[in-house]
Design a protein around this ligand. Sequence first.
Ligand SMILES: C[C@@H](O)C(=O)SC[C@H](NC(=O)CC[C@H](N)C(=O)O)C(=O)NCC(=O)O
Ligand code: NI
Length: 138
Amino acid sequence: MSTGRILHTMIRVGDLDRSIAFYTNVMGMQLLRKSENEQYEYTLAFVGYGDESQGAVIELTYNWGTSEYEHGSAFGHIAIGVDDIYATCDKLRGAGANITREPGPVKGGTTEIAFVEDPDGYKIELIQNKSASAGLGN
Ligand SMILES: C[C@@H](O)C(=O)SC[C@H](NC(=O)CC[C@H](N)C(=O)O)C(=O)NCC(=O)O
Ligand code: NI
């Protein structure tokens, strides 16, 4: 059986331009593609650190006229690898991002993590890369 590949994670957002600005200008992603569905009244924007053929991306879904959602208690986070979590958090804070958990070792472990919230309140976990592999540069 051929193995699958994670393509994207979809989140519904209340203001597409606000979210695109956050994921590109603040998080350093690229806007990869955008499409509208006039019949079902929604717009999609795909953002990521590289082409969709190279790795998973985030699908921002805007339902026309819907400005906010109940998030409930089920959704956890999207994780991003970073080269220098301390410098990254300083840079994100300077760009106005809400760091909800300061960088430091994960509880009961050694991996250094932090959390930042996106404009809709979705949590993004930043994880210190073990090596200088692909990820959000500082
Ligand atoms: C492009 C691909 O990655 C999609 O996810 S499009 C799938 C499509 N999305 C929506 O309809 C988004 C708007 C919707 N109101 C919502 O908030 O989810 C979808 O789910 N289509 C359903 C189907 O049965 O085709
Ligand atoms: Ni999708």
